[in-house]
Design a protein around this ligand. Structure first.
Ligand code: 1CP
Length: 366
């Protein structure tokens, strides 16, 4: 494995592993992206997936928010969850202002066999992500840890069948309820690739991992237990056991199931170190249900970054008071930052997290 510069700021890793922190660390979901003018400038020159596939560009953009603010405690590799469907052989375009589009989505279960690659050589098809991770890790020079990620199987299956964003996920759900066995076969296929992809990311230099089940909350608790939970459980289990077998130090893993408040207890028992919460979950409730077994991450409503500086400051203070800042907490939003966010407001958010975090911790210590 490649040698990297020593890590200077390990707050995120300590928080994820349940160790004390002098203040709660902070990063922002989708922190390198559309709200930043320096990103939009690059995006005018290059296609979205060209950036993902060009390690030098992916590195440069991953570093943009780190350099602009100098207040973030982690970087997340610039990529997308939809690189797995691409590796499976599907075409995905990124339409400006609209988001992802699959010109030819999966329509019937036979498509699993006729349209998707039977064997995916992850190290070949997704080599560009591994190269971007290694290059970014070197460029970070130990400033903050680098997060790698994948989309969870149900979320990826939804995009592969819907062909893009959908309000109801009616086509993907038709599969679950009309062809449950075939759906499970597809979910397993995505799971197997996801596990190998995450292990590859860790070998390439990712120091933390996040699994995004962005459409988890579209499932009933009953269906979540059938079509999401078993697969995200396998991912945590197998990534950790395989790393152990290869004598590689495991890295902290985070699960984000947006909308799946009902699954909090289950999620705290399946091997993830951290659970990322959306803003509909009350901090006290989350702490009671998870009983200190995991670190919590989140969960400010991203829309609050559109409000006044005063409103941002008071919301951050309340959030830090409720979660506690000295252990088992990572500050984040409850979902990705909105493209319409003013970068100045992000600065206010980050500065307040630092200031109030230190202040609350000192009060506890003194
Ligand atoms: O800083 C970062 O976080 C950058 C890396 C990153 C990540 C972690 C991007 C870049 N995308 C993602 C994850 C991702 N992609 C998720 C999971 C997180 C979440 O729920 O928000 C999802 C669902 C996607 C799919 C996707 N890609 C969407 C969502 C559309 C929908 O269905 O609501 C969109 C708009 C994209 C495009 C995209 N991905 C990333 C960026 C910067 C962009 C904008 C693309 C552009 O420039 O046009």
């Amino acid at each position: 494995m490649t040698e990297f510069p020593p890590l200077k700021n390990d707050l995120m890793l300590r928080a994820a592993l349940g160790k004390k922190t002098e203040r709660a660390p902070v990063w922002i979901m989708r922190q390198a992206g559309r709200y930043l003018p320096e990103f939009r400038e690059e995006r005018e020159k290059y296609g979205f997936f060209t950036i993902c596939r060009t390690p030098k560009l992916a590195t440069q953009i991953t570093l943009q928010p780190i350099e602009r603010y100098d207040l973030l405690d982690a970087a997340i590799i610039f990529s997308d969850i939809l690189v797995i469907p691409q590796a499976l052989g599907m075409e995905v375009e990124m339409l400006p202002g609209k988001g992802p589009h699959f010109p030819d989505p999966l329509k019937v279960p036979q498509d699993i066999d006729t349209r998707l690659r039977e064997h995916v050589n992850v190290y070949e098809e997704l080599k560009y992500v591994f190269e971007a991770i290694t290059m970014t890790r070197k460029a970070l020079n130990g400033r903050v840890p680098l997060i790698g990620f994948i989309g969870a199987p149900w979320t990826l299956m939804s995009y592969m069948i819907e062909g893009g964003s959908s309000k109801t996920l009616s086509k993907a759900k038709t599969w679950l309820f009309s062809y449950p066995e075939e759906s499970k076969r597809l979910l397993q296929k995505i799971t197997d690739i996801g596990i190998e992809f995450l292990i590859g990311q860790i070998k390439a230099g990712a120091q933390m991992i996040q699994v995004f089940e962005s459409w988890g909350g579209e499932l009933s608790p009953y269906d979540f237990n059938i079509f999401s939970l078993p697969y995200i459980t396998q991912i945590a289990d197998k990534v950790k056991s395989q790393l152990k077998e290869e004598n590689i130090e495991p890295v902290p893993m985070t699960i984000f199931c947006k909308g799946s408040w009902y699954a909090l207890e289950s999620l705290s028992n399946i091997g993830y170190d951290t659970i990322s919460l959306d803003w509909t979950i009350d901090p006290a409730y989350a702490k009671t249900i998870t009983k200190g077994k995991v670190t919590l991450q989140g969960n400010m409503d991203p829309s609050i970054l559109h409000a006044t500086h005063e409103e941002i400051r008071s919301t951050v203070r309340r959030m830090l008071e409720n979660f506690g800042t000295s252990e088992k907490y990572i500050v984040n939003l409850g979902h990705g930052i909105l493209p319409t966010t003013d970068p100045e407001n992000v600065k206010v958010f980050l500065e307040t997290v630092h200031k109030v975090g230190l202040e609350l911790n000192n009060n506890i210590i003194n």
